[in-house]
Ligand binder design. Structure first.
Ligand code: URA
Length: 219
């Protein structure tokens, strides 16, 4: 069930809509799903997003010898990666990232809405010193308007990270968020598992799954 627009988006990598993936989304979208199941099945989707992100990392040719004495012409990853979570919901994506990429470095960015201006503002960032030399997995499960992701991405660019080296991983997004984000950063790849049909009046994704951070961490 692809719930949103079906036309392809440039630089959006949508996970294959297999029955397995759709079954996982059906569980986490269900309002009756309890927190432990919500976390377990969200983590499974997040690992798929990380695996897909890794498909886009640069590699170099590497030949090894197998236990049978034969050679195998394979590849090995080039360069370093790191994760950057947008606090709080993005922190849910840290452990699944660690499960796939052992001992990965992880930075954090905290964005909050200024109540007077209604603008998303940077409150805190802690990032690896050498982030400009890394491929960065930017982690935020829900892309609604894209406002926080845009502020977070500007921080990464100010640190010298190239757009081509940023992969924005999220579970659910919508055309509005994608368009706004890509208007600013057309060369950044968004890796997602679902493109929803839009936003409701409270700026929640529709059909969405509610408040991801609350469901993952609180209720
Ligand atoms: N953040 C959420 O947690 N849910 C939405 O639907 C949109 C943004």
């Amino acid at each position: 069930m692809l719930t949103g627009p079906t036309e392809p988006f440039k630089n959006v990598i949508l996970l294959p809509q297999t029955n397995q993936l759709l079954a996982l989304y059906t569980i986490i979208r269900d309002q009756n799903t309890k927190r432990t199941d919500f976390c377990f099945y969200s983590d499974r989707i997040i690992r798929l997003l990380v695996e897909e992100g890794l498909n886009h990392m640069p590699v170099e040719a590497k030949t090894i010898t197998t236990p049978t004495g034969q050679t195998y012409d394979g590849v090995s990853f080039l360069g370093k990666i790191c994760g950057v979570s947008i606090v709080r919901a993005g922190e849910s994506m840290e452990q699944p990232l660690r499960d796939v990429c052992r001992s990965v470095r992880i930075g954090k960015i905290l964005i909050q809405r200024n109540e007077e201006t209604a603008e998303a503002e940077l409150f805190y960032e802690k990032l690896p010193e050498d982030i400009h030399e890394r491929n960065v997995f930017l982690l935020d499960p829900m892309v609604a308007t894209g406002g926080s992701a845009i502020v977070a991405t500007k921080v990464l660019l100010e640190k010298g990270v190239k757009q081509e080296n940023i992969f924005f991983l999220n579970l659910v997004c919508c055309k509005e968020g994608i368009d706004l984000y890509h208007k600013e950063f057309p060369n950044i790849k968004i890796v997602t598992g679902a493109i929803d049909s839009g936003l409701d009046t409270k700026k929640y994704l529709n059909p969405g799954l509610g408040d991801f951070g609350d469901r993952y961490f609180c209720i």
